[in-house]
Design a protein around this ligand. Sequence first.
Ligand code: UFG
Length: 348
Amino acid sequence: MANKGKILVTGGTGYIGSHTAVELFNAGYEPVIIDNLSNSNIGVLDGIKAITGTLPTYENIDCKDYISLGHFMERHSDIKAIIHFAASKSVGESVEQPLVYYRNNIVSLINLLQLMPKFNINNIVFSSSCTVYGQPDVLPVTENSPIKPATSPYGSTKQMSETILRDASAADKNLNVVLLRYFNPIGAHPSAEIGELPNGIPNNLLPYLTQTVAGIRKTLKVFGNDYSTPDGSCIRDYINVVDLAKAHVCAIDRILEKKNKKNLEVFNLGTGKGVSVLEIINTFEKATGMKVPYEIAPRRTGDIEQVWADASHANKELGWKAEATLEETLLSAWKWQQKLQEREPKAE
Ligand code: UFG
């Protein structure tokens, strides 16, 4: 396939970054990865190679390091666009270490934005989050739904990053920005060569669930069954990580083919469907034939009750749609967990 050009993927060995690197290869792009491996490992590159047949170019670079980042761009003078995943992402950790989060997530972005014009890079796709909407008053949320005050330093960094990118794109009309607001990414590549690699005890539902079924954790706690939702548990929009990765390729195509209507565009990336925690458990059991040991626990502080996306803007403008069924996605998460077990079986 013709090489459609080099795309710098920061955080490319991470969960969403690695799946996006695969989809970039599949679409004829050449992803070049930088990552400081703070929450991922180098073995992910072999997973990408196992799927695509190509070992991506990789360098261990921290985006906070302006000098090294600049040298990297100098060595790769033909980068067409950047997809910026590299960031810290744990809500709880951000409350304990806010300054680490602000430095990591904000300094990295500013470094990239200041270096881009020096190397004639005009295009950036940014990983934002539905966390910017807080608990919306009206569901589903569209890109025009109000931005609510952030409830964690992590959430603040996503809001600030959006503001920084908005201001930068207003000041420089040559700069093209796409803000992708992810809902809840879950699942793994169907090959089980790459997936989520949670560090320590997972906070997120799916890795905790699959680790529980695998016997690494004793019981999954369902945080609250007294919410104003049909079954009382919280509702989210769970998006398959491969579908999510493909949306990044659509965003890159759009800006490189100059189909963007403004130099800053925003897209919600979700399925458009809200699913409760108990529905996730039931569907997982149906898809895998495995029992999920769970108990109802008190609400988790800071959780919002329900949120799901209106993804019609992305459907129409990016020509993208979430395709995987929830069953397929949950099965992929389970296959990935089993693969991890084969590699390094260990109990709690
Ligand atoms: N949940 C449980 N038990 C668990 C873990 C989670 O019941 O052990 C529930 C939560 O209460 C919530 C749902 O599962 O209702 C999803 O929780 P996650 O922690 O997986 O995801 P969140 O929706 O809390 O957070 C995710 C991302 C954040 C992002 C946020 C935006 O992890 O990075 O969505 O809303 F900011």
